[in-house]
Design a protein around this ligand. Structure first.
Ligand code: UD1
Length: 369
């Protein structure tokens, strides 16, 4: 088999745990030369380097260094920089993961140069086009040559959008591979202890979606709810840089800082965060990945969003969509209940990277769509 050069695109925090298992698996294949491309969408040490370290990833082979900006600025910068790299490097394949701006931008740049693209975590749909990630998912999937899905609902979505069946491969949830890769270190970490917390007697909060944090009144109401909830259960709130900035801008950070039962902490490394989630009573989030990680760990999850692109986390029993109006009652409900009965979705088993490698090997010469 001829040597295939594969670009693996990493960009933002939720990408790194999807890229790492695939990178490690491809590195073992003699027919493949994986090249790690970081777009620089996330650049703070605790949003990027800490994850590379935890996940055993080497420094990126290529860093586009795009940084922050408006959606068009960020997407445009990634396209301009990645196009230059592709012209120079001519990869045989570009693998993109997830649904961030860089995912879509690299897909467009590569496809315009007739480079084949594979999308890992294809087919997820919230059907809410006000979410930037939904637009990224739709464009990426419309252009990709090979679509690797995490669950059956994603296959259904792609079929409904007219993607030919031979382009779609159900490979399972790649994030579970990362968890399993690091299970020993996660279980040894005991992140709660450093925060003075006890098993199942605290909740983890993560919020960063524009819909929750970008408007003053919405964020104020959320802060008010968190303060009320913290009278019933201790909260740990790792602050995303975007959320911290908004709390400062809206003069809300002081309010949270004054509450003893709310621990505001900087963004955590992957191992620390998974350790903290694993011992929590519940998680309150607007993240995509955290909805899946809590399903895998059977931890009750309340998702502060109107829709989810990961409905399987709801049907499996761990996740519930909530609003600012009913979040407090939902927390009360969980505190009063026993744990949820959750069954683990098919192929969330730690072997997704192997299936990805096999699919790439089999389809490496597939005609572009
Ligand atoms: C992005 C993704 C989102 C994902 C999230 C995880 C898009 C459209 N959004 O959102 O899907 O859930 O990452 O974190 O791609 N910032 C820093 N340092 C960093 C990164 C960001 O200070 O390392 C600040 C900057 O002020 C920046 C802001 O956070 O403008 C937002 O960053 P950006 O990457 O644009 O979006 P996220 O909200 O992180």
């Amino acid at each position: 088999m001829k040597l295939i050069k594969v670009h693996l695109v990493a960009a933002a925090r939720p990408n790194f745990m999807k890229v790492a298992p695939v990178y490690h698996a491809l590195k073992c294949e003699e027919w493949c030369q994986p090249v790690l491309v970081h777009t620089g969408q996330h650049y703070d040490a605790n949003m990027s380097e800490a994850f590379f370290r935890d996940l055993g990833l080497p420094a990126p082979d290529i860093n586009l260094g795009v940084g922050s900006g408006t959606h068009a600025e960020q997407t445009g910068s990634v396209m301009v920089q990645y196009e230059k790299v592709c012209v120079h490097e001519r990869p045989d394949w570009t693998i993109v993961v997830g649904d961030v701006n860089s995912t879509m931008a690299c897909t467009i740049a590569a496809k315009k140069l007739s480079i084949r693209v594979a999308h890992l975590e294809a087919g997820l749909r919230s059907n809410d086009r006000s979410m930037p990630e939904e637009l990224n998912r739709i464009v990426t999937d419309a252009l990709s040559d090979l679509l690797w899905t995490p669950s059956e609902d994603a296959n259904d979505n792609l079929r409904l959008e007219g993607v030919p069946a031979n382009r779609i491969a159900l490979v399972g949830n790649i994030m579970i591979d990362s968890y399993e890769l690091l299970r020993g270190r996660i279980e040894a970490e005991n992140a709660k202890e450093a925060l003075g917390l006890t098993d199942r007697e605290y909740a983890v909060v993560t919020l960063h979606r524009p819909a929750n944090v970008d408007q003053k009144e919405t964020l104020r109401l959320l802060v008010e709810k968190l303060v009320r909830i913290s009278t019933k259960i201790a909260l740990v709130f790792p602050l995303h840089p975007r959320t911290r900035q908004k709390l400062v801008d809206f003069d809300l950070l002081n309010w949270l800082e004054r509450v003893k039962s709310i621990r505001l902490v900087p963004p955590m490394s992957y191992i620390q965060f998974m350790s903290l989630v694993g011992s929590a009573r519940l998680v309150l989030t607007d993240s995509g990945g955290v909805q899946e990680e809590t399903t895998y760990l059977s931890i009750p999850c309340l998702t502060l969003r109107e829709s989810t692109e990961r409905p399987i986390t709801i049907s499996q029993g761990s996740n519930r969509l909530v609003s600012v109006d009913n979040v407090e009652a939902s927390v009360d409900g969980i505190i009063g209940e026993g744990g949820p009965r959750v069954s683990c979705p098919k192929m969330w088993d730690g072997h997704t990277a192997k299936r990805v490698v096999q699919s790439l090997k089999t389809n490496s010469d597939i005609d572009p769509r």
